[in-house]
Write a protein of this length. Structure first.
Length: 322
């Protein structure tokens, strides 16, 4: 039994987040039906140009504020985990918000169900439908064997005790969630999923995911490939049921990686070079599995030079039109 009255520790990594956005993020947490002793709002300032706490002075008494030398989002989240005391943990990016009515449903599941994780949906709208459906709980391993998952660490609340020694890999700026989330899921016995759109995602061009320079694109791709390699190395040592679950996730991430090589570089030379590297690492061709229609189609297309030529021509156009 976990000896704490704090139900949820909210961990907010921030780096040069506009004060208004950070204030709105904190206020969205304060508006929830959590008494002050039931919540913990940990703001980890990852070396912003100015002290973030000075910009939100009226809210300073409501938060735990930590400032560190700039080390990236992984290190900031790890620092927050060091401080967390809640039975559950929720990551929130400092420029996003939780949507009140929808997240209240997440809190109900945390309070009244024996759950290790509650996974919910994102929205880019400030108003979300109040109707939603819940699925029967399953283990994280079963979920990963049967379905694709959303890797974002902001898309779920989890019981802190299941984490053990698991942490984010320091120094990873992109795809850090994709390494952490599947490993965490394999430790979860009861995972609840709801279609409640509880998290308002506010895209910013200055955020890591919005970076557009060639150097940033290559950095993103290399971080992703390194994550896939580490997951594969771990999967090779797992019990069969966990390994099968992780192999599905690795195949999905590898497909996404190849897709992004095409879309972000549009270079056949770069693509062929990266596919050769994946071959040497045992990651390409993609496994012949009946995962999804999209996966099977992409596997067939990426397996031949002619198919890859079609992907190089069509995918950047389709992506631009979305």
């Amino acid at each position: 039994m976990e000896e704490t009255n704090t139900l949820v520790s909210f961990i907010l990594p921030v780096y040069n987040v506009p004060p208004q956005m950070l204030g709105e993020c904190i206020q969205s947490i304060m508006a929830l039906s959590l008494r002050p002793f039931e919540r913990e709002i940990i703001v980890v300032d990852d070396g912003s140009d100015t002290f973030a706490v000075n910009d939100i002075e009226p809210l300073a008494d409501e938060i735990v504020y930590i400032r560190q030398k700039n080390a990236g989002v992984s290190a900031a989240r790890n620092r927050g985990l060091q401080m967390a005391k809640g039975r559950f943990v929720q990551f929130v990016d400092g420029d996003d918000m939780l949507l009140h009515s929808q997240y209240e449903h997440v809190l109900d599941l945390l309070r009244y169900q024996e759950c290790d994780m509650v996974m919910f949906d994102f929205t880019k709208e400030t108003e979300a439908e109040l109707s939603y459906e819940d699925q029967d709980p399953v283990s994280g391993a079963e979920l990963m064997r049967q379905d694709n998952i959303h890797g974002s660490a902001c898309g779920y609340a989890f019981r802190r005790s299941i984490m053990g020694s698991l942490r984010f890999t320091d120094g990873v700026d992109y795809s850090e969630d994709e390494e952490f989330t599947p490993q965490l899921l394999l430790r979860a016995e009861n995972v609840y999923r709801t279609t409640a759109k509880a998290y308002y995602y506010r895209p910013r061009t200055t955020s890591a995911i919005g970076a557009r320079s060639k150097r940033d694109r290559v950095h993103r791709l290399e971080d992703t490939r390194a994550v896939i390699k580490r997951l594969k190395k771990k999967a090779d040592r797992m019990p069969t049921a966990d390994r099968v679950a992780m192999e599905r996730r690795i195949a999905q991430l590898t497909m996404d990686y190849i897709y992004n090589v095409i879309v972000l570089t549009r270079s056949s030379h770069y693509l062929e070079r990266k596919l050769d590297e994946l071959k040497r690492e045992g990651l390409f061709p993609l496994p012949d599995r009946d995962y999804t229609k999209k996966y099977k189609w992409f596997r067939r297309m990426s397996n031949t030079k002619a198919g890859r030529a079609i992907l190089l021509t069509t995918l950047p156009i389709l992506t631009r039109e979305k």
